[in-house]
Design a binder for this molecule. Structure first.
Ligand code: ARG
Length: 462
């Protein structure tokens, strides 16, 4: 029987042991748990709470346990509940009673808070690096297709022509906001909880919390022991930021799915990023994008689950909080793998210029430009809008594009139309949007340069 059941006369029911154990999933906290324990042992020795010799025995015991785990030789025991007790029990087996000194001035409540914060810190840094990679390939794709013009859509109806690069940079902006959110969440994750004990703080006055923080690379100490053991905001913040990122990726996924359909046919996915059908030999399916779109729901679900778990929990630690881990791990795994596979997919996709050109030339995508033309000749915008609407309806009836209407036909709708109406083209439409944030090639060129600088600024963060 383990020492956490000291006061009991019988072991936990087998079902209870299984029900309460977190080791099937929290085993992956082992590197953080061991790093935290090593820092703690060093601190205890520095403060004279244990001897240097004892610290040395404990630390080398912990290091050899890490090795055992890494080599797959460690036997995780569900009856020991969690990663903390599994490691501690093994330490006692290896080094004897002195191992029992490690848990001086510590509780599993501040220990698990520490482990999770260490894990989260690394997850944020990995996430920022992967966001940056995806931003980088979006910039490359934009640069490699600088002259490509596509129909810009509202309501999924062709609206106005835009540069493909401009469209891609919209995703760059979204991912930049995501990166900002993760960086911001790092500030509140970067808080060292050890010393909080079970909830009230530990009763050893000479505990050096600053020393612990320095060793573990934290810039702040938690300021209230009750809050420190009951706070999971940093997990929720990561999950919230991850939900927004997945939402952005699901929109990109949706466009990749549409654009690679036979109907749009704007892009060709690399074969390595497409799948076939088991029945229809002609199929080339965008499963990666579809799964990313699907996994977005799963990530939202994890956020909702933990918000609900934390709702109305009395202070301080409650076992409910053990439910934070699976959702958090799954969110991190899902987000990181989605970012990674998207980077490869975007990097290798090919744009089909003939098809984007055909799409942008069909229909009456220059209607706004015709209205703007009349406005520049003195017409009120609303009147110009109505005139061009009638012109569109006429052209549709005749089954003619604007360029094939005669000047006489134009003049039926407004005497302000002159020969120069024929100089309105897809290219002139784009070039006219020459304002900050607009799709004019000059502006997009500037936006690309800014984007590259932003990415450069991220360097060294990891
Ligand atoms: N496995 C526990 C968790 O994940 C660790 C903390 C346990 N503390 C306790 N008092 N039972 O939350």
């Amino acid at each position: 029987m383990s020492h956490i059941r000291g006061r009991f006369h019988k072991p936990a029911d087998k079902l209870v042991a299984e029900y309460t154990a977190s080791i099937p999933f929290d085993w992956r906290l082992y590197p953080y748990d061991i790093a935290g324990s090593i820092a703690h042992a060093r601190m205890l020795a520095k403060q004279g709470i244990i001897s240097d010799k004892e610290a040395e025995i404990i630390i080398s015991g912990l290091a050899s346990i890490r090795e055992e785990i890494e080599q797959g030789k460690f036997q995780f025991k569900p009856e020991l509940e969690d990663i903390h007790m599994n490691i501690e029990a093994r330490l006692l087996e290896k080094v004897g009673e002195v191992g029992g000194k490690l848990h001086t001035a510590r509780s599993r409540n501040d220990q698990v808070a520490l482990d999770l914060r260490l894990f989260a810190r690394e997850a944020i840094s990995d996430t920022l690096a992967k966001l940056r990679e995806l931003q980088r390939v979006l910039i490359s794709l934009a640069e490699a297709n600088k002259d490509i013009i596509i129909p810009g859509y509202t309501h999924l109806q062709p609206a106005q022509p835009v540069l493909l690069a401009h469209h891609l940079l919209a995703y760059f902006e979204m991912l930049q906001r995501d990166a900002d959110r993760f960086s911001d969440c790092l500030k509140r994750t970067d808080v060292m909880p050890l010393g909080s004990g079970a909830l009230a703080g530990v009763a050893y006055k000479n505990i050096d919390r600053e020393f612990l923080a320095r060793q573990l690379g934290f810039s702040q100490l938690s300021q209230n022991s009750i809050d420190a053991v009951s706070d999971r905001d940093f997990v929720l913040e990561y999950e919230a930021a991850a939900s927004l990122t997945m939402m952005h990726l699901s929109r990109l996924a949706e466009e990749i799915i549409l654009w690679s359909s036979a109907e749009f046919n704007f892009i060709e996915l690399d074969e390595a990023y497409a799948t076939g059908s088991s029945i229809m030999p002609q199929k080339k399916n965008p499963d990666v994008a579809e799964l990313a779109r699907g996994k977005t729901g799963r990530v939202y679900g994890r956020l909702m689950a933990l918000l609900t778990t934390m709702k109305a929990l009395p202070l301080s630690y409650n076992r409910d909080m053990q439910e934070d881990k699976e959702g958090f791990f799954d969110t991190v795994d899902t987000l990181l793998s989605t970012l990674e596979v998207f980077t490869g997919m975007v990097k290798t996709l090919q744009v089909k210029p003939e098809n984007t050109r055909r799409a942008v030339e069909q229909g009456y995508i220059l209607a706004t430009d015709l209205a703007d033309y009349l406005v520049k000749k003195g017409e009120a915008f609303r009147t110009a809008h109505a005139l061009v609407a009638r012109l569109v309806s006429y052209a549709m009836e005749k089954d003619k594009p604007f360029a094939e209407l005669s000047l006489a036909e134009y003049k039926v709708f407004s005497p302000l139309f002159e020969q120069d109406v024929y100089s309105i083209t897809i290219e002139s439409s784009i070039a006219a949007r020459d304002i900050i944030g607009g799709t004019a090639p000059k502006q997009v060129e500037r936006a690309l340069a800014t984007a590259k600088k932003t990415i450069g600024g991220f360097r060294g963060e990891k």
